[in-house]
Write a protein that binds this ligand. Sequence first.
Ligand code: NAD
Ligand code: MG
Length: 399
Amino acid sequence: MENLTVLGSTGSIGQSTLDVVRRNRDLFCVYALGAGSNAERMISDCIEFNPAYAVLQQESAAEKVRTELKNHPEIRTEVLSGSDALNSIASAGECDSVMAAIVGSAGLVSALAAVKSGKKLYLANKESLIMTGHLFIDAARKSNSQILPVDSEHNAIFQSLPESEQHRIGFCDLEKAGISHVLLTGSGGPFRECPLEQLESVTPAQALAHPTWSMGPKITVDSSTMMNKGFEFIEAKWLFNLANSQIKVLVHPQSVVHSMVQYVDGSVIAELGNPDMRTPIARVMAYPNRITSGVEPMDFVKLSGLTFMEPDYNRYPCLKLAIDSCWSGQAATTALNAANEVAVYAFLNGRIAYLDIYRVCADTVARFDSDSIADVDSVLDLHSRAEVFASQLVSRILR
Ligand code: NAD
Ligand code: MG
């Protein structure tokens, strides 16, 4: 029985994780749940999974959960609030593995707590790698924490690697493994064919309508700008220890091929499937075995075709900015992540226009990319300064 902590349990990945647990009760026991403020969802999950701990970011939400659970004396859950409690459920001795699925920079410290205490880490929160890069990988190496990638593209690459490299996440040697490069695929989002002059007037509702994947709001907007693919480029660099020549991005509108690995002999190994995150979640949770996930089997006869194209950087300037930041260095990607977070929420709240997301990010990266980062404290410091700077840019733009 594996004792699992789910961080971000009330979100899209968190709920898919609990669904995989639901189907494999003989293998997994929910040790703890952690989330932001969704008390209703936390109450129903506590009643169903009876974890030892439930942690909410907000004390008011925690109090609501506590009060309701008093009506269920069979539930043993202790309800806590705040960041320290979140870090303790990520690093507790009783916990074997952690699903890191809090969205954004808020997920960094708890994911790091899990890594530092040597837990098996199912990594969905890509922002923590964007923010800290080799600091995160080094911490995992030091504590012997095994990182297993949940993001569908990275999970597909992971599955397409030789087994030896699957055990060397963070310090793979792809050249030695006979790999020429990895092909990172992305759907291109809802605006792949939208006339460029119409992008300025894109509304939040339009950006939230992703053609193939159902996800939380932030990553859905990131997918529409392809900032998400840029983040995944940076994430792939760290997970698979890639050089510039070892990674290419391909637009693949059907989201059936979740990414591929091209070998020097001409072989290409890919992972294919329906776009449902329960597949990569079940893959990491059962690794090296296989378990059922609830995902419908792929029906190839129903596929209309698989197409691939180069990304158009005029359409997706955020993708180009993220790739440039990746090779520019840690300060650039930390600043990019902070600015994007500020800009995406400002766009969703109707404060800035769609194309301002790129403008805020580019100006923030330019301001901070030559800063130096030595440790996690300097990451958090740069993150805060970049957030303030980006917020000032938003105020200046304010419509
Ligand atoms: P979501 O918005 O649906 O859920 C986010 C979760 O984080 C919620 O449980 C929320 O309560 C929690 N949270 C937010 N702020 C918090 C805080 N300060 N403290 C504690 N908990 C907090 O997001 P999602 O789509 O599930 O994405 C989660 C992460 O997984 C993101 O980093 C995203 O990039 C990554 N990811 C998601 C998908 C997907 O299909 N949804 C795919 C790949 C990667
Ligand atoms: Mg992805």
